[in-house]
Ligand binder design. Structure first.
Ligand code: CUA
Length: 329
């Protein structure tokens, strides 16, 4: 599908629905122009045709009764036109409001006077939050709308979509952006003093770039928060290993004996590997109980792993500087 170009009436049409909306708009506009011209031309023509000629005596107008043919014509033609507009309009209306299955959902919160856009970050329970809307190109996007105070309305002129955000109620809106680029988003319902400044940008990006953006923008928890939610069931922070797993107390920099008899110094590399692939190198004594599930990138981002390592370092007496001065043989 192609973008419809900017015209005297309309901005660029950058969504899948824009073409249809514009067609109906132009149809109604030009039809109105045509009837305006016809009616005005007739008025002007009759004005001169029936003007009293010089010397003509004022007389009575010829009595006119109804004209069946004329009355049928002026009833039937407008009825057909109005039905045509209704059917076309209703089809477009359904297209605008029936959200396709599998649309990418973005939750939108309006407040005096700002926008907040939230994206779920695949499976991790984290969310990505922004004051501008970021979406992938070529895929249906569902906006789930709510307001925390008064009535607002979200309007993206280039996409030809608009919907109210009502307090204590949710509404929704969908579109498919056709091309990458930047577009304007307005609040289009008067919502108080700074209504006119309630603006945002829509960034339409390639799919891959969008996914990356969501990840990068996600609120990444601190190491302690991640430990509390994902690690504390098995790993303790006290001295002495728990039943299930090695303790994190003084773990960073410790030399562990593995189940195959070799030893390893617990530094960044081994921690990374043990989070992504926990079964590769198991600490001696835990073979039978090693039940940790791997954490792929989708459930624990690289940044979160770094935060965990940072937290572990804080629990350890190990000093990197001492180690480098006294390298292991
Ligand atoms: Cu929000 Cu106007």
């Amino acid at each position: 599908m192609e973008l419809s170009p900017k015209t005297w009436f309309m901005p660029v049409g950058a969504s899948s629905i824009a073409g249809e909306v514009d067609w109906l708009f132009y149809f109604i506009t030009w039809m109105s122009v045509a009837f305006f011209v016809i009616v005005t031309a007739c008025t002007v023509y009759f004005l001169f045709k029936y003007k009293r000629k010089p010397g003509e005596k004022p007389g009575l107008t010829i009595p006119l009764h109804h004209n069946t043919v004329l009355e049928i014509v002026w009833t039937v033609i407008p009825t057909i036109l109005v039905f045509f507009i209704f059917i076309w309009g209703f089809r477009s209306f359904m297209g605008l409001f029936v959200i396709p299955a599998g649309a990418e959902e973005v939750r939108v919160q309006a407040a005096q006077w700002s926008w907040t856009f939230r994206h779920n970050v695949g499976g991790s329970g984290n969310e990505s939050k922004s004051n501008n809307l970021h979406v992938p190109a070529g895929r249906p996007i569902k906006l789930h709308l709510s307001s925390s105070d008064v009535l607002h309305s979200l309007f993206i002129p280039d996409f030809r979509v608009k919907m109210d955000l009502v307090p204590n109620r949710t509404t929704s809106l969908w579109f498919t952006a056709l091309e990458e680029g930047e577009y304007d988003l307005y609040c289009t319902e008067y919502c108080g003093e700074k209504h006119s400044r309630m603006l945002a940008r829509v960034y339409v990006m390639p799919e891959e770039e969008y996914k990356q953006w969501v990840w990068d923008n996600a609120k990444v928890a601190t190491g302690k928060e991640i430990y509390d939610t994902k690690c504390s069931a098995c790993h303790s922070l006290e001295a002495g290993n728990s039943e299930m797993a090695p303790t994190w107390h003084n773990l960073y920099g410790r030399t562990e004996t593995l189940s195959d008899g070799t030893t390893i110094e617990v530094l960044d590399d081994y921690i990374w590997e043990s989070i992504r692939y926990p079964h590769l190198k198991i600490v001696d004594g835990f073979e039978a109980r090693a039940r940790m599930a791997p954490f792929p990138k989708q459930s624990l981002s690289d940044e979160e792993v770094e935060n965990i390592i940072g937290f572990m370092k804080g629990l350890s007496d190990y000093k990197a500087d001492e180690a480098s001065e006294d390298p292991k043989p």
